[in-house]
Every structure is written in C-alpha cells, then in structure tokens.
Design a protein around this ligand. Structure first.
Ligand SMILES: C[S@@+](CC[C@H](N)C(=O)[O-])C[C@H]1O[C@@H](n2cnc3c(N)ncnc32)[C@H](O)[C@@H]1O
Length: 157
C-alpha cells in the first residue's frame, strides 16, 4: 500500500501510518517546507521507522506518482493551500483507481473548535462546494471526532 501524508509537518501521522501499512507498504511525507521534511526524516530515523520517505511539493503540485496512491491524509492542511484548485487536480491524478483521500479540518460550525482561529476552520458546506466540482465524490463523513470534520473522498465515478 502507498500512503501519502500531504502537508505532513513533522510527520506525526506519517509515522503512525507507517506502522499500520507495515514493511510491505510505504508512506510518503509530503510538504512544501524542506525544514519540516528534515524534521520528519530525523524523527522517523530516531524512532526506527524505515518505510517513510519524503517528497518536497510546491504550492500547486505535490509531485506524486500518477495513479499510484492508495490513501492520502490531509490533517489541518487543506485550508492552507494557496492553490487549492491545482492541488485538488494533482491529488486526484495521483490516486489509484480505488484510492481514497481522508480530509480532516477543524469545524467552523458550532463551538467545538472555538479555540482555533476562524480562518483555520472549515464548514461542511465549504468543503463540499470546493471538492465536488473538482471531480471528487464523498464516500463517507465521520462526525464522531471531538473538534474536526473527517471526510473520505474518492474520484467521482
Ligand atoms: C498546520 S500544519 C499541519 C501539519 C500536520 N498535518 C499535522 O497535523 O501535524 C500545515 C502544513 O501544511 C503544509 N502545506 C501548506 N501548503 C501546502 C501544499 N500546497 N502542499 C503540501 N503541504 C502544504 C505546511 O507547510 C504545513 O507543514
């Protein structure tokens, strides 16, 4: 299995996903900040995680292999994209035919994420209005996290 942590930061989630995919799988840590990728590499090395590697993306291109990614995770990242349309297209092209993208964003609605600045939060409506026209369909929305929306998307069929 090939898994990508888009906007991985220090790679907290990438290292945990690496344990789940095991030695047969691999995880790519993707970010636009080389210094974050260096930290992710160092933490993986210290923790003895060998199936994580890094890929430096740009604001409009995550530089992923086309049609090969089984799962992408974006935690608290999508709202930061300066070129969301280009990233949505490039991520879709990188997905394998059955690939899924898991998108987590702090809730704009209600008070569960009131401790997070408003421009770092998203509503269900905002996400759907941007992802559906970009060629995705919703597989599932998980509403049980305490402060974040979690959406599972795949390429629209
Ligand atoms: C708030 S941090 C989240 C880090 C990590 N996902 C976590 O939850 O610990 C957002 C990250 O997204 C990255 N980022 C912003 N735009 C990006 C893009 N177009 N492609 C990849 N990463 C991006 C930033 O450099 C930053 O490391």
């Amino acid at each position: 299995m090939l898994v990508v942590d888009i906007g991985c930061g220090s790679g907290y989630y990438a290292r945990r996903m690496a344990a789940v995919v095991g030695s047969e799988g691999s995880v790519l840590c993707n970010d636009i900040q080389p210094q974050m990728l260096r930290i992710a590499e160092e933490l993986a090395r210290r923790e003895g995680v060998t199936n994580v590697s890094t890929v430096l993306g740009t604001e409009d291109d995550p530089k992923l292999p086309e049609g090969e990614v089984d799962l992408m995770l974006l935690v608290d990242v999508y709202h930061e994209f300066s070129e969301p349309e280009a990233m949505l297209e490039a991520m879709r092209e990188a997905l394998s035919p059955d690939g899924v993208i898991a998108l987590a964003e702090f809730r704009l609605e209600g008070r569960t994420a009131a401790h997070i600045k408003i421009d770092h939060r998203m509503s269900i409506d905002q996400v759907m209005k941007e992802w559906i026209p970009a060629g995705y369909e919703l597989v599932e929305r998980i509403d049980s996290l305490p402060t974040q929306h979690l959406f599972l998307f795949r390429t629209a069929r």
